[in-house]
Every structure is written in structure tokens, then in C-alpha cells.
Design a protein around this ligand. Structure first.
Ligand code: GDP
Length: 165
């Protein structure tokens, strides 16, 4: 009897691990979402930044030149609502056109965060996109998703299924 219970527990545990891996696998851990922010667009850096991104081995899955309104920028950055710079961030992100993109590469979130550098360009490593093109901690040239979950949510914010290739 005990052996039977143990066996059933073992099977359940294995199923659980299998389900967990299946979820991880289907969560597109190889994708991230980025925006080239209004400062970098206004300063003429779209081409250079896209070149840095593709030279680093990222494949462009979706790409759009567009502009956020105060309302859509507020929605996109809703997670930062409680932060003191929220109003400035919404103002800045709706101040001019942006380029939105979904990117693909192994370990995309981590590799892309390394490519863009620290939030504050004064602290960003040499050669990173923010070190090269950003103006300040607020106008910091690019956005990069911080998790697989957020990459999926942010990509869905801008792109329909038929806009991804
Ligand atoms: P990220 O993940 O590196 O983009 O950084 P965060 O998630 O902490 O912040 C989101 C965005 O808010 C940053 O990319 C900046 O554009 C902006 N931000 C962060 N800190 C500040 C700040 O102290 N002042 C202002 N005005 N904006 C900030």
C-alpha cells in the first residue's frame, strides 16, 4: 500500500516537473521586446541602434515606427505608477515617435539587457547602447524587457499575430 502511494506521488511529481518545463519552453524564453525611445529617434540614432541590435545577433520578429499618446504610454508603464518619476516618464515617452520591436535570440532578456547597459547612462558599460546614445536616466535611448512574462505582455501591446515574422 505504502509503495503504491509512493509510486503515485512520484508520478505526480514527474508530471509536475514536465508541465513546468513545458510552460517554460512555450513561454518563448528566446524573445524580448524593445523600444527606441523619443530621444534616440529625435537624435537620429534609429539606424545605428538597429545595427547594434542585429550585429549582436538578434533577429527582428516585428518592427513598428509609431507614437504613444499620454494614455497609451501611461498604460504601458502602469507598473511604475507608484514611482515618483511616473508623470515625467509618461510625458517623455509620448513626446515623439518611437520604434517598437520584438527580438529573438537565445537567452534574449539577459543578453539584450547587457547590450543596452544600465538604466542610468552615466553608469552604463562602455560600448552599450545607452552609454553610446542616451542623454540621461530619463531619456535613456532604449527600453528592454526585464522578464519573459513582461516581454510577452509588451510585445502584445504593440503587435498583432499577423505583424510577426
Ligand atoms: P529599465 O528597466 O532599465 O528601463 O529601468 P526601470 O524599469 O527602473 O525604469 C523604467 C524607465 O523609467 C527607465 O528606462 C527610464 O526611462 C525611466 N526612469 C528610471 N529612473 C528614472 C528617474 O529617476 N527619473 C526619471 N525621470 N525617469 C526614470
Amino acid at each position: 500500500m505504502e509503495a503504491l502511494i509512493l509510486l503515485s506521488f512520484n508520478i505526480k511529481l514527474k508530471n509536475c516537473i514536465f508541465a513546468e518545463n513545458l510552460i517554460k519552453y512555450t513561454m518563448n524564453t528566446n524573445r524580448t521586446f524593445t523600444m527606441i525611445k523619443p530621444d534616440a529617434v529625435a537624435n537620429g540614432h534609429i539606424g545605428s541602434i538597429l545595427n547594434d541590435i542585429t550585429s549582436a545577433g538578434f533577429k527582428i520578429i516585428a518592427l513598428k515606427y509609431t507614437k504613444l499618446t499620454a494614455e497609451t504610454a501611461g498604460e504601458f508603464y502602469a507598473v511604475h505608477k507608484a514611482r515618483p518619476f511616473y508623470a515625467d516618464l509618461v510625458n517623455f515617452m509620448s513626446s515623439g515617435p518611437i520604434v517598437a520591436a520584438i527580438l529573438e535570440k537565445d537567452n534574449a532578456i539577459e543578453v539584450f539587457r547587457a547590450l543596452i547597459g544600465a538604466t542610468n547612462p552615466a553608469e552604463a558599460a562602455e560600448g552599450t547602447i545607452r552609454q553610446k546614445y542616451a542623454e540621461s536616466i530619463a531619456a535613456n535611448a532604449v527600453h528592454g524587457s526585464d522578464s519573459d512574462e513582461n516581454a510577452a505582455i509588451e510585445g502584445d501591446f504593440f503587435f498583432t499575430a499577423t505583424e510577426r515574422f
